[in-house]
Structures are given as C-alpha cells and as structure tokens.
Write a protein that binds this ligand. Sequence first.
Ligand SMILES: Cc1cc2nc3c(=O)[nH]c(=O)nc-3n(C[C@H](O)[C@H](O)[C@H](O)COP(=O)(O)OP(=O)(O)OC[C@H]3O[C@@H](n4cnc5c(N)ncnc54)[C@H](O)[C@@H]3O)c2cc1C
Length: 293
Amino acid sequence: MDADVIVIGGSYSGMAAALQLLRARRQVLIVDAGLRRNRNALHSNGFLTQDGVDPAEIALKARAQLARYPTLQWHDGEAMEARGKFDDFTVTLADGRSFTARRLLFATGVHDELLDVAGLSERWGRSVFHCPYCHGYELDNGALGVIAAGPMSVHQAAFLPEWGTVTLLTDERLQLDADQQAELAARGVRIENEPIAQLEGHADVRLRDGRLLSFAGLFTAPRNRPSTPVAERLGCRLEETPFGVQIATDTQKQTSINGAFACGDSAKVPHSVSLAVADGAWAGAQIHRSLVF
Ligand SMILES: Cc1cc2nc3c(=O)[nH]c(=O)nc-3n(C[C@H](O)[C@H](O)[C@H](O)COP(=O)(O)OP(=O)(O)OC[C@H]3O[C@@H](n4cnc5c(N)ncnc54)[C@H](O)[C@@H]3O)c2cc1C
C-alpha cells in the first residue's frame, strides 16, 4: 500500500482532514488538481483569523503546515479513476500514475453551473456572488441585483435586504405569483421583468430595452454538482440538495461505498471555508477511527 488514506482534493476540507490523520502519524497521500472553488475571489471573508485574506494565501499556508509532517505525500494532478474496495483502493491519475490505499476521501468540491448571461462568468467571484455572508458586507449597503436562476432566487432576494437595496431581475427565468410578489414587496425588493442583454462595467446590467441599471454587486444561485465524476463512477450514491447534487454520506462522512469517505462542499451544504474545514476535520477523525477499529 502506498498510504493509509488517499485524499482526492487538497483544498480546505481535504487538508483539514489530512491534518488530523497526519497528527495520528498515518500515511496520507493527497492528489490535488489545484482548482479551488473560490479561485476567482480576491478575498475570503468570514473565516475566523483569516477574515479578508487572499484565499490562495490561506491554502498555501495550510499546505506549508502540512508539509512539516513526514508521513505526507503530495501529488499535483487530477485523479481520473478510483476503484477497489474497503482496505484496497487504487486511484489513477491523468498522467497514468496509480496509488493504493486502505481508505479514500473525496474532498473534491463542487462545480458552479453559472447562468448563460453575457458577461457573468468573467465577473464571478469579483462582482457576482452567491453567498451574502461571504461578500455582502463589503458591498456597503449599496444597490444589489439578484439575477434569477429559479424559484430559490425569491428566497435569495427576500434575504438580501439585510445587505443593501435589492432589485430582483427575473430575466425570463422566473414567473412570480401573487404570494411571491407580496413577500418581496414586504421586504422592499424591487422587481425588474425586462430581460437582461448583458452585464457591463463593474456590476452594471444592460437590459434589452437599452436601460442600464448600476449595482454595487450582483447575486445569483448557481446549481452545484460534484466537480469530478470519480466518486459517482466508483459507485458512491449522490443526493439532491437545495443547491444541486452532492455525494451522500452518513454521520461519519462515509459514502455508500464502505471505506470511501467524502467531505467539504462535495458532501455538505451549506458551503463556506469554515464549514469545509470543520467537515474535513471531522472526516479525518472518522477515517482514523475506521483504520483503528
Ligand atoms: C466565487 C466564490 C467566492 C467564495 N467566497 C467565499 C468566502 O469569501 N468565504 C467563504 O467562507 N467561502 C467562500 N466561498 C466558498 C468556498 O470557496 C468553498 O466553500 C470552499 O472552497 C470549499 O472547500 P473544499 O475543500 O470543500 O472544496 P474546494 O475548495 O473547491 O477544493 C476542491 C479541490 O479538489 C480538487 N479536485 C477536484 N477534483 C479533483 C480530481 N479529480 N483530482 C484531483 N483533485 C481534484 C480541486 O482542484 C480543488 O483543489 C466562495 C465560493 C465561490 C464560488
């Protein structure tokens, strides 16, 4: 065996799990493709002691601390396949290398399926966000636009007045019934039904009728799915969440495949760096217990 545990995904949740296992002197092998979900954001907010810090800096500092443990192996690369069973898993990378371990951990994060609105993907994480706890405060109680993705956007728009003056842009994706209109009116949310032509400038919305609406920031609700199909191909069951699809786990973070675990955004809603770290730390301890008993 190359390791006790192979961790696929070396970001916040994967490193938090690895840290527990390394501190129990277990052999841990991390495979990481280096595509953290918040890679477009300049600041990571809301994580105790790291509030406002560059998200890459948090990840680099964690990696440097992990590197001090002699039982860590780190391989940059993409895992393409995981196969095997309890006590005998093999992970194959895109470059053809294969590694074996007794346990597997998927800490692979999620993919954000963004709306097909011109100019949105370039602004994702810079002036278009999904989480007000992460990026709402910095918008300084300004004008906020919500680009509707579906019925969940009504809830998002009704919540956001905590952080500014809100306009819900339905953009032909949402038909509001009388109850929803009343709920939004009670929260002071303005409704704009003219379709969006494109996003411009920092967070400006050009409507098809030519009007330009300027915002301090925009919010939307991307649908999530695991960022890699490797867990699903191994046979891990997936489950629906309010935000999309995730890997199903039990309270010990074990997936439907005995010996294969999952943590962080890929296996727990809601999502944040703090929650991913907590979920990873718990998963690491549970994997350790499964190796002992
Ligand atoms: C735009 C944006 C801004 C955000 N801002 C904040 C914020 O300010 N504060 C906050 O608390 N949260 C923020 N978040 C949420 C935060 O980014 C996530 O909750 C957090 O990154 C989850 O950590 P994770 O370790 O579970 O997954 P990720 O950080 O997404 O890491 C997953 C890792 O797995 C790797 N991986 C995936 N598949 C494979 C494979 N097959 N082989 C090898 N490696 C693989 C990826 O390359 C990546 O390195 C933000 C999210 C977004 C989208």
